[in-house]
Design a protein around this ligand. Structure first.
Ligand SMILES: *Cc1c(COP(=O)(O)O)cnc(C)c1O
Length: 361
């Protein structure tokens, strides 16, 4: 059985060579006498895997030396709850720019801890656009500004890094990290759950400007404290070793393929192919996001005739194209085309869409 083209939004498709390496190392990692998930995280074997993953990630993303890289348990939502604990002082507000579902979620995670402030929102537009920077309004003494670089469900993506002056910019890059070159020095924190673009679910990456770690934050247990995690090299308790190992394999694969500049070229071609299949369908398919901020990673689209949705899903699945159903918050269809999705997969989807439209148009 060949593997299908998997357009799942997350957990998402992983590169086949990465899965094959993991398969070949499953029973025994090198000469360890056991697999990497059966041995101590404090032993030399896993320490080597962990350090190699960090070093590869730093190279891949060109992380400046004044930024710490943390590997933490849990997903992006956990990061969203930890950020106000670590970076807003008691009584200090923080700003949220809401451009879709995940921006709302991020703010919700902070609400029990701090006074959140909506600096801007595209809710009135059903999250089909990004509010212009000159309309944003920050709270006085704001601790940070939080944005969602790519809204996985609504399919909108920041194409420029907004200037927030002296207020640190914190960005959720869960669904677009490593999809193109990024100037990390423009951010206070870049964070991402792994399961879209970096590896399997269960581990997150937080890239934190070191001076921010000196901030007071809220009273918190050390397990939720980024400073303690950094001091313990992200091993205050048992880290998710399997996920860390898989993340390392995936990042190394990306480097071997040519790094983020190469993935940016591939992703641009993939997105152009899929959006032109939609835009060129004579209205059979449509994407409602403002063209300038259309996501290159998650492409939601609708069929003109909703009654055809069931047939579209059944027939695409039979054709080896998985997980095209849209998120229930938006409806319709969605294709997630992360770094690990080859151009051939997007071509197969575009061909199927054209054929389906011809047969049903
Ligand atoms: C998937 C996703 C999340 C949530 O990730 P979890 O790991 O499930 O907590 C948050 N933000 C964005 C942008 C996402 O795509």
């Amino acid at each position: 059985m060949p593997r299908a083209w998997n357009f799942s939004a997350g957990p998402a498709t992983l590169p086949e060579p990465v899965l094959r390496t993991a398969q070949s190392e499953m029973l025994e990692w090198r000469d360890a006498g056991a697999s990497i998930v059966e041995i101590s995280h404090r032993g030399p074997e896993f320490m080597e895997v962990a350090a190699a993953a960090e070093s590869a990630l730093r190279t891949l993303l060109s992380v400046p030396t004044d930024y710490a890289v943390l590997f933490t348990q849990g997903g992006a939502t956990t990061q969203q709850a930890l950020i106000p604990l670590n970076f807003a002082a008691p009584g200090q507000p923080a700003d949220y720019v809401i451009t879709g579902h995940w921006g709302k979620t991020a703010m919700k995670q902070a609400q029990p801890v701090i006074a959140t402030h909506v600096a801007a929102t595209s809710e009135a537009d059903n999250y089909r656009s990004i509010p212009a920077r000159d309309t944003w309004q920050f709270a006085a003494d704001s601790a940070y500004v939080h944005i969602t670089a790519n809204e996985t469900i609504h399919g909108v993506e920041f194409r420029d890094i907004p200037d927030t002056g002296d207020i640190p910019l914190i960005a959720d890059f869960s669904s677009s990290i490593a999809s193109e070159p990024l100037d990390i020095s423009k951010f206070g924190i870049v964070y991402a759950g792994a399961q879209k673009n970096l590896g399997p679910v269960g581990i997150s990456v937080a890239i934190v400007r070191r001076d921010l770690l000196e901030r007071a934050g809220q009273p918190r247990a050390d397990i939720f404290d980024y400073r303690s995690q950094l001091k313990a090299e992200s091993m205050l308790n048992t880290p998710p070793t399997w996920n860390w190992y898989m993340l390392g394999l995936n990042v190394q694969w990306m480097l071997d393929e040519g790094g983020v500049a190469e993935f940016a070229r591939r992703n641009a071609r993939k997105a152009a192919l899929l959006y032109s299949a939609i835009d060129g369908s004579g209205g059979f398919y449509r994407n409602e996001v403002q063209p300038a901020v259309r996501s290159r990673m998650n492409v939601p689209f609708f069929l003109r005739d909703e009654a055809l949705e069931k047939a579209f899903l059944a027939e695409s699945k039979a054709a080896g194209l998985l997980a095209l159903k849209g998120h229930r918050a938006v409806g319709g269809m969605r294709a997630s085309i992360y770094n690990a999705m080859p151009e051939a997969g997007v071509q197969a989807l575009a061909d199927f869409m054209q054929d389906f439209a011809t047969r049903n148009g």
